[in-house]
Design a protein around this ligand. Structure first.
Ligand SMILES: O=c1ccn([C@H]2C[C@H](O)[C@@H](COP(=O)(O)O)O2)c(=O)[nH]1
Ligand SMILES: [Zn+2]
Length: 197
């Protein structure tokens, strides 16, 4: 199975009547990162990450969650408890780390990572060591924090490019009913079969 990697700009309408309402590659991979984030049990911040190779094939997806075997009903999700041991930070695996560890290819050399939030310094180290060469992120809300500043220093030193995505589509809705729309709302286009007993 291999789909053709095509130019991702929606073209002007032409006689082929193809759907003009498709999302571009960046939006597609970022949306997959966001969909993965929906699996996160973190009540405050759900982060997802999606890694693609040079052929635009997805080679890893992950979200922030407790390590395997660490029950996410038992480990804490708080962030403001007095004891550090009662807060999530010492335990939770970050989305980028999970996406890297979930890889389904032999290595991640020259891959590109899409992530909702700019990677922290610990994730930056994993990104660099894995061979990923580019990071595309959406939010840089922790830009002022030392962790983010250190992360950017390391990524730049290691020649890992990073850029903020400004998606054309600010919202992408997934509606499971859509698959039946042609028959439900356009009966004239798909008339009921004749002579069906
Ligand atoms: O690079 C990162 C940074 C953070 N995360 C995860 C880790 C935590 O589950 C949340 C951050 O929680 P806050 O309540 O917003 O402090 O985000 C990540 O996956 N990747
Ligand atoms: Zn991180």
């Amino acid at each position: 199975m291999s789909e053709k990697v095509t130019e991702d700009k929606p073209k002007q309408s032409n006689s082929s009547c193809k759907n003009q309402n498709f999302i571009d590659w960046d939006e597609y991979f970022m949306a997959i990162a966001f969909l993965a984030a929906k699996r996160s049990k973190d009540p405050c911040t759900q982060v997802g990450a999606c890694i693609i190779n040079e052929d635009k094939k997805i080679v890893g997806v992950g979200y922030n969650g407790m390590p395997i075997g660490c029950n996410d009903d038992e480990f804490p999700w708080s962030k403001n408890q007095e004891s550090e041991l009662d807060n999530k930070y010492l335990y939770v695996c970050h989305a980028e780390l999970n996406a890297i560890l979930n890889k389904n290819s032999s290595d991640l050399k020259n891959c590109k990572l899409y992530v909702g939030l700019f990677p922290c310094n610990e994730c930056a180290k994993c990104i660099i060591q894995s061979g990923i060469k580019e990071v595309v992120y959406l939010s840089d809300k922790h830009a002022h924090k030392n962790g983010t500043i250190a992360s950017k220093r390391m990524l730049s030193a290691a020649n890992v490019k990073y850029s903020q995505l400004n998606p054309k589509n600010k919202k992408i809705v997934i509606d499971f009913n859509e698959i039946d729309w042609d028959s439900m709302y356009q009966p004239a286009l798909s008339p009921a079969p004749k002579n069906v007993s």
